[in-house]
Ligand binder design. Structure first.
Ligand SMILES: Cc1cc2nc3c(=O)[nH]c(=O)nc-3n(C[C@H](O)[C@H](O)[C@H](O)COP(=O)(O)OP(=O)(O)OC[C@H]3O[C@@H](n4cnc5c(N)ncnc54)[C@H](O)[C@@H]3O)c2cc1C
Length: 608
């Protein structure tokens, strides 16, 4: 064990986005020692990119809002596959977590009365998203980071964890390397919280950053946890489609929340065509009614008008755009038009400053003068590590997970704004759960020297093959397979082909090689990341193949209907058994009757 440095903590948190920071703050507040590890620089986590806002039923703008409506919206958005207890805790606790952020120094946009301002978002009955222009994630990260640093949490930056270590069944620590110089590091820990975010880099067009190679999902899977509902991959309807270098970059739903209109190449406002029958009554019937809603929203006044069709759920809008383009009514660069230019330019710049600069600087488009071109981009994974709702502990003792790498909270589809709130609600709970677990542990777990040597050898291996397969070629091929066979619309034949191709490609993994040194060598890092990308891609493809229905973000051309009887109460679960990926369907948790009653209450019309 001579080749690495060693650190010892009660709790190690892997990931310093919203979930990891909130977990570390909470664990540290419980009086245990905490180490916080992140692959990039502190403050650079993916959370910083979040634009639209954080959902919490504060009822500052729509007095009728409450946790019950937020709970129902979340469950309906998730097509009732969500872990109901997580959805309940989330809806109940999000307001306090947002107020806590404000108390810690976050400066939200304000109503005239000085309360936190809330905006509309798809699938939310009321205006619920607390926001800071379109830079909400930046404010959240800044606030949590300041709080964490002042609390004295020890941070390990540009440090990637490659393996979780166990003592028998329970967690004993984690092994990794520093990207800066490749030196190895061992963290001994009583409990580990995974907060590593999502899996976007399995797909070629994604809003996700380079960090999203599904590390936490794969680390947990290898350590014996199960991943649930991995078939549910959210394609955000609006990513940039041009120029090629920024294809996939997110165009926040805030644009539609502020009244952005979607049109095809024939200038048709097509979203009305795609509203599901079950929710059609919740949307404006005509251009006039939609305009009345937007006017009231801009003036901050109540209205009986219903929201515009552009505020349908993400899965629905993504499929609508995909269909318009496929049927030949797309924009010049293969998207559709999103227009906010009919509004006062100064207001657009104030409410959507990042969007204004993003389009101006990257595409030379002035969104206050003309429409943007947008198309679907892989954005979020609902599936993740199965955790227990109260503590976020996985089925591996001492292993906790929160944020995008965990599963259950969002069911078959996530509503916009519900991720940032998920991070602070369940980040806090995971930190609390891990601290309690660490305090109650009798004897400290032991790390096996053999396992550490193995972890080190695994990392060194690619250097022994300087003429080996290029990891970038393998990643590119994996991306193509996922896009071609496991994309927005799926069929059995495609997915089976996709799985076979993934299996074939995976055989190349032992042949990947790398030249150069250990210092900032992204090719070397990718050699390890590829293993995670394969686990996540295979989990997505196998889970998607097994669900023979369409539900939420999972759209099957060969099974277009939602099969309530057969699939309505089943989660998909994959786990490692005898070295192989094994799949099971497990019953969803039964919702208590008092919560079921909320769904029977007749919905009030939305107010602006
Ligand atoms: C452009 C964009 C806009 C969005 N807007 C919104 C929005 O308005 N509202 C909303 O609710 N949601 C939004 N989302 C989704 C939301 O931002 C993410 O789901 C959320 O930030 C994920 O937070 P997290 O804490 O789980 O992970 P992250 O913030 O991604 O943090 C992951 C952390 O894990 C670290 N990490 C990863 N792997 C390793 C490893 N192997 N070793 C060590 N560290 C590791 C990373 O370095 C990072 O620190 C948006 C997403 C995108 C891409």
């Amino acid at each position: 064990m001579a080749n690495h440095e060693t650190h010892e903590f009660d709790v190690v948190v892997i990931g310093a986005g919203g979930a990891g920071l909130r977990a570390a703050i909470e664990a540290s507040a419980q009086g245990v020692t905490v180490g916080l590890v992140c692959k990039s620089l502190l403050g650079k986590a993916h959370t910083v990119m979040a634009e639209g806002g954080v959902a919490a039923a504060l009822a500052n703008v729509d007095a009728k809002d409450g946790w019950q409506t937020h709970f129902c919206d979340t469950m309906k958005g998730g097509k009732m596959l969500n872990n109901w207890r997580m959805a309940q805790l989330h809806a109940q606790e999000a307001p306090d977590r947002v107020r806590e952020l404000e108390h810690w120094g976050a400066v939200f946009d304000r109503t005239k009365e000085g309360k936190i301002l809330q905006r509309a978002f798809g699938g939310h009955t009321y205006k619920r998203l607390c926001h800071v222009g379109d830079r909400t994630g930046l404010e959240m990260i800044r606030t949590l980071q300041d709080k964490g640093v002042h609390q004295g949490i020890k941070v390990f930056m540009e440090c990637a964890v490659t393996r979780l270590l166990k003592d028998g069944d329970r967690i004993a620590g984690a092994f990794g390397y520093f990207r800066e110089d490749g030196r190895y590091v061992l963290f001994k820990a009583k409990a580990v919280v995974l907060a590593t975010g999502g899996v976007g880099k399995s797909f070629p067009i994604t809003s996700n950053s380079w960090e999203y190679t599904g590390d936490g999902h794969a680390l947990a899977y290898d350590a014996g946890a199960d991943l649930i509902d991995m078939e549910f991959v959210q394609f955000h309807p609006t990513g940039m489609v041009h120029p090629p270098g920024v294809r996939g970059l997110l165009v926040t739903e805030g644009v539609r929340g502020e009244g952005g209109i979607l049109r095809n190449s024939k200038q048709e406002r097509f979203m009305w065509k795609y509203l599901p029958e079950a929710s059609r009554k919740d949307f404006a019937e005509s251009e006039e009614e939609a305009t009345k809603w937007v006017d009231a929203a801009l003036a901050g006044e109540p209205t009986d008008a219903r929201r515009p069709p552009e505020l349908s759920t993400r899965d629905n809008v993504a499929r609508a755009i995909y269909t318009e383009v496929k049927e030949g009514r797309g924009s010049p660069h293969g998207g559709v038009f999103l227009d906010i230019s009919y509004q006062d330019p100064e207001r657009v710049k104030k409410k959507l400053p990042s969007m204004y600069h993003q389009f101006k600087d990257l595409a030379d488009v002035d969104i206050t003068a003309g429409p943007m071109e947008v198309g679907p981009t892989m954005h979020y994974i609902m599936g993740g590590i199965r955790v227990e709702a109260e503590t976020e502990e996985s089925r591996v003792p001492g292993l906790f997970a929160a944020g995008e790498c965990s599963g259950g909270m969002h069911g078959a589809n996530r509503l916009g704004g519900n991720s940032l709130s998920d991070l602070i609600v369940f980040g806090r709970r995971a930190g609390l759960g891990a601290a309690e677990y660490a305090k109650n542990l009798g004897t400290a777990p032991q790390v096996s020297e053999e396992e550490v040597k193995e972890a080190e050898a695994e990392m060194e291996e690619p250097f022994s093959r300087p003429e080996g397969k290029n990891p970038y070629d393998i990643a590119k091929r994996l991306n193509e397979i996922m896009s071609d066979y496991v994309g927005i619309f799926r069929t059995e034949a495609d997915m089976q082909t996709g799985i076979n191709k993934l299996q074939e490609l995976k055989k190349q993994l032992p042949n990947v090689g790398i030249k150069g040194t250990h210092a900032y060598n992204p090719g070397w890092h990718l050699c390890r990341d590829l293993k995670n990308m394969f686990i996540c891609s295979e989990a997505i493809a196998r889970s998607a193949l097994s669900r023979t229905e369409s539900r939420g973000a999972h759209s099957r051309l060969d099974y277009p209907n939602t099969e309530e009887e057969k699939w309505g109460k089943l989660n998909t679960s994959v786990f490692k058994k005898d070295g192989e990926m094994t799949l099971e369907h497990t019953p969803t948790l039964t919702m208590p009757d008092d919560l079921k009653e909320f769904f029977l209450v007749k919905k009030e019309p939305a107010h602006a």
